[in-house]
Design a binder for this molecule. Structure first.
Ligand SMILES: [Zn+2]
Length: 319
């Protein structure tokens, strides 16, 4: 089968690869754990090996591959060649991963921020297929963002737009990994939710999770479903902070759609209700009334599909 694209989604937890066709369907996929503290050379080699394995696993030839789309966390430099810095892969600095991959496979290659890639995936074949403008928030260990305006990814003057997770919503809030304070990510990431949960337990709140050796966002969600009051309160508060972030986005961009993705959307209605409440109570009616707030349709595949779609876009094939 010709005209296949390899989509790579490099995350702080998993490194995923998929063989994607020109309609955005994944034909074959595989995933390995990322050692986020490993030497960048090791991670680069893993990416090269995973691409080769994905091609083999899909039973296609390298000559069937049109190109490779790479989605990576962190800031991509202005030329789209290098990852400058990634908070979740601390040693991953100034790595020319696009050149490394395109030289090894002699194929066209694009490098895109992972949340931008995921936003493009949703726009191409997911929740945002029918709209021209959308903003995506990926809610996981951190909070990523991607912006599509008039059917194009908005990358900004320096290729570093859409850092929605680092929009400041509390001037004197807790410190963020980025060096600033009070960022959306501090309140609305899985890490932020666990931190606030632990603070409440520390101040004497009673919860079914009290005494657990480790607390994760998933555990808080499960406890909330069982009716645990502190867990319900923390998810509600997370939703309210997200609602503030989203109403700011609505006021600035007035997008047709806001797509929420990432592990935390497992909280479903518990997270969505406070988001909708805050935006309808506090945003201008004209700003929110035609903006749909929805969950991702592609789930964990958005990054792979979107990275492939970005390659097609760059080659002006389709997508
Ligand atoms: Zn920050």
């Amino acid at each position: 089968m010709s005209n296949c694209i390899v989509g790579i989604d490099l995350g702080g937890t998993n490194l995923k690869a998929g063989i994607v066709d020109t309609d955005g369907k994944i034909l074959h996929r595989l995933s390995i754990k990322t050692n986020s503290n490993a030497d960048p050379q090791i991670i680069s080699n893993q990416i090269l090996e995973l691409i080769a394995e994905a091609v083999q696993g899909a039973q296609i030839k390298e000559s069937d591959v049109t190109g490779i789309g790479l989605g990576s966390p962190g800031l991509v430099d202005k030329t789209g060649e290098t990852i400058l810095f990634s908070p979740n892969l601390p040693r991953w600095r100034n790595i020319p991963i696009k050149r490394i991959v395109s030289e090894r496979f002699s194929k066209p290659c694009v490098l895109e921020n992972d949340a931008n890639a995921a936003a493009w995936g949703e726009k191409w074949v997911g929740a945002g297929k029918a709209v021209k403008s959308l903003v995506m928030l990926t809610l996981g260990t951190g909070v990523g963002g991607g912006i599509v305006i008039d059917d194009k990814l908005w990358r900004g003057a320096n290729n570093v737009a859409a850092e929605i997770g680092h929009m400041v919503i509390q001037t004197d809030g807790p410190p963020c990994k980025c060096g600033n304070r009070g960022c959306v990510e501090v309140y609305s990431s899985a890490t932020g939710m666990v931190r606030r949960f632990k603070e409440l337990l520390g101040s004497g709140a009673s919860s079914s999770l009290k005494g657990s050796a480790e607390i994760t966002a998933k555990m808080i969600n499960e406890a909330a479903i069982q009716g645990d009051k502190v867990s319900l309160d923390v998810i509600e508060e997370t939703g309210r902070y997200l609602g503030i972030a989203i109403l700011n986005i609505m006021h600035v961009l007035n997008p047709e759609m806001v797509v929420l993705a990432g592990g935390m959307i497992g909280s479903g209605k518990l997270l969505m209700d406070p988001i909708r409440r805050v935006t309808t109570e506090r945003a201008f009616e004209a700003s929110y009334q035609d903006t749909k707030i929805v969950f991702s349709q592609l789930g964990n595949d958005a990054g792979i599909i979107g990275a492939a779609g970005c390659l097609l876009r760059a080659l002006e094939i389709s997508a």
